[in-house]
Write a protein that binds this ligand. Structure first.
Ligand SMILES: NC(=O)c1ccc[n+]([C@@H]2O[C@H](COP(=O)([O-])OP(=O)(O)OC[C@H]3O[C@@H](n4cnc5c(N)ncnc54)[C@H](OP(=O)(O)O)[C@@H]3O)[C@@H](O)[C@H]2O)c1
Length: 294
């Protein structure tokens, strides 16, 4: 299915929800094996988008992650959602009621990130992971926006497709790792720095793992809690590219090392494609976490 048809199908499907198996939101994690869920009927257009996929989306309690989870469920995919704590489970109740499986972990805490990887691996191998969760400010910017995607990439059984949420603001990031506090104890890196680093991570993974499609996405400035109510870009287009990269068999979606905006490749900050900077970043994240990317 080409990009225009995927967009049309996505907009159409995003409005109509499908019935899933009712799963009570319980403290127990990874509550329902995906194959125990009710199959949903798929329209011809949905089938054209590719076979049913299992997609893990971080930060699905709100914003783009929640919207992507809802749209993918509506298209008949298996979705593994994620919230920061048990107290946030109600935010995904509607998704769980439609068949999603919930996982829990605060991405500003290394031990919880590792535990989240264990929960995901207990569910099974994902077809795609969307590293969506992000924060705009505060001391946890580097941990949530960079360290968590790195550790989850290293620890979650390798999927076929990886999608990392970037931002046009990555262009204002500094291509320097000096003085960065990856622990989250002190605020060092800016949001722009973090998005340059995670874009670099996406490119590094694309180079290191040639059998995996690894891409970064700028969703545009869209009206979520982070984007604010007056954000000018289209909310649906803000999550469509991630869904497309995660599930479509469009030849352009089956490519790696891209920086995408609304299903179009763009040129990222040159540092993201700099293999020396990529290797420095991977080495620094391995040092900070004690976990090396295989
Ligand atoms: N919106 C935009 O205009 C825009 C533009 C460029 C890039 N982006 C990127 O797109 C992604 C999604 O942004 P958004 O606009 O959807 O933001 P959002 O509405 O603020 O949602 C962020 C999501 O991440 C979760 N999250 C944040 N910190 C977490 C933590 N420590 N542990 C677990 N989950 C955590 C949030 O959970 P809680 O709800 O529990 O806090 C929420 O589900 C981010 O990576 C962002 O940088 C957004």
């Amino acid at each position: 299915m080409d990009r225009r048809r995927f967009l049309a199908a996505g907009i159409e499907l995003g409005s109509g929800l499908v019935a899933g198996t009712l799963i009570a939101a319980m403290p127990a994690l990874a509550q329902t094996p995906p194959n125990a869920r009710k199959e949903v009927s798929m329209s011809h257009a949905q089938r054209g988008a590719g076979r049913k996929a299992r997609v893990f989306i971080t930060g699905s309690a709100d914003g783009l992650g929640h919207a992507a989870a809802k749209a993918l469920l509506a298209q008949g995919h298996d979705v593994v959602v994620h919230v920061r704590s048990q107290a946030r489970l109600p935010a995904v109740k509607e998704l769980v009621d439609q068949g999603a499986t919930a996982t829990i972990g605060d991405l500003s805490d290394l031990a919880q990130i590792r535990d989240l990887a264990r929960q995901v691996n207990a569910i099974g191998t994902m077809d795609a992971v969307i590293h969506n969760a992000g924060v705009y400010s505060g001391s946890s910017v580097l941990v949530v926006n960079v360290v968590a995607p790195y550790l989850l990439t290293a620890l979650v059984q390798r999927p076929k497709r990886l999608i990392y949420l970037s931002s046009s603001m990555h262009r204002g990031g500094r291509a320097s790792l000096a003085g960065m506090d990856w622990s989250g104890r002190t605020a060092t890196g800016s949001y722009s720095d973090s998005k340059l680093f995670v874009t670099t991570l996406a490119m590094a993974v694309a180079r290191r793992w040639p059998n995996v499609f690894s891409n970064a996405v700028d969703p545009g400035w869209v009206p979520t809690r982070m984007g604010g109510p007056n954000a000018p870009d289209d909310l649906r287009l803000g999550h469509l590219t991630q869904e497309w990269l995660a599930t479509s068999n469009d030849p352009e979606a089956l490519t790696s090392g891209g920086y995408w905006y609304h299903q179009q490749r763009q040129k990222p900050h040159p540092a993201a494609a700099d293999t020396r900077f990529q290797d420095q970043l991977l080495a620094e994240l391995a040092r900070a976490t004690g976990t090396t990317l295989a």
